[in-house]
Write a new protein. Structure first.
Length: 267
């Protein structure tokens, strides 16, 4: 028994030392491995607020996500209400090189390809850009651990790596609207709890935080609340997930032009 206790203590210390010695990229790779699922469906309430006037707008939306056998992600985001934007959708296909994105507007009944130079634009009045809606491509960024610090979320302090993410190549530098991002990643659960976004002049423009982080199963965690505070535009977007299902069967057709043009994304 004493030998087992000693072994357990030694293993715990070794694990702690290994965690401290991890590189930024290793943290991101571990997060990707631990948080990945085969498919994911969600419904959410989105609140948009102008912090100067105090005006608010409520929207309902749904998300679909699935990985291909090659490990590339497919995602679809669609607004369900209000009526003037219902059916508007963004379809994203992760690729080995540059991701493909299309915007669907019900008024035109056409899928419009989003050019790489337009991905820095904000999506339908929210504080999320098209770039924010793409999956994290680890190969496109250099990740550097700057420090470790505690961050209070859901009434508890969580030790986090503070990681600087900078575009790693000239193409990504041209395409991205950000010179860098600062990521606070929970060292225990490998959940991103906070993100700071800096524009091309290295000015802080918005901060994303999460709350109500819950364990779905095993190592997979998700936040029910996501809050984006766009200080540069005096605007905020709050997303509250009301329904979430993972690893359920999802037809590949969900991520096609035909699925959207037939209105199935809002049925």
């Amino acid at each position: 028994m004493k030998k087992w206790i000693l072994f357990a203590l030694t293993a715990t210390v070794a694990a702690g030392l290994y965690a401290e010695e991890m590189t930024g990229r290793q943290v991101m790779e571990t997060q990707e491995d631990r948080q990945s699922v085969d498919s994911e469906y969600g419904e959410e309430i989105m609140l948009l607020k102008d912090t100067k006037s105090g005006s608010q707008e409520k929207r309902l939306a749904r998300r679909y996500g699935k990985d291909t056998p090659e490990g590339l992600s497919r995602s679809l985001f669609a607004f369900l209400s209000p009526a003037d934007i219902a059916g508007t959708a963004v379809l994203t296909w992760e690729q080995e090189t540059e991701d493909d994105q299309w915007l669907y507007m019900p008024a035109t009944k056409k899928m419009q390809r989003i050019a790489s130079g337009s991905k820095k634009n904000y999506f339908m009045g929210t504080d999320f850009t098209y770039e924010d809606m793409e999956p994290e491509d680890i190969d496109n960024f250099n990740y550097t651990i700057l420090r470790t610090e505690a961050l209070s979320v859901d009434g508890a302090d969580h030790a986090c790596w503070v990681i600087e993410a900078v575009p790693a190549n000239d193409e990504k530098k041209r395409e991205s609207g950000y010179s860098k991002r600062m990521l606070w990643i929970d060292k225990e659960r490998y959940v991103t709890l906070k993100v700071q976004f800096f524009d091309r002049r290295s000015r802080l423009i918005k901060i994303q935080t999460v709350a109500a982080v819950e364990n779905l199963f095993g190592t997979v965690w998700r936040a029910k609340k996501t809050f984006m505070d766009n200080t540069s535009k005096d605007h905020q977007t709050l997303s509250l997930v009301t329904t979430r299902r993972v690893n359920e069967s999802m037809d590949d057709e969900t991520f096609t032009e035909r699925f959207i043009l037939n209105g199935k994304h809002v049925q």
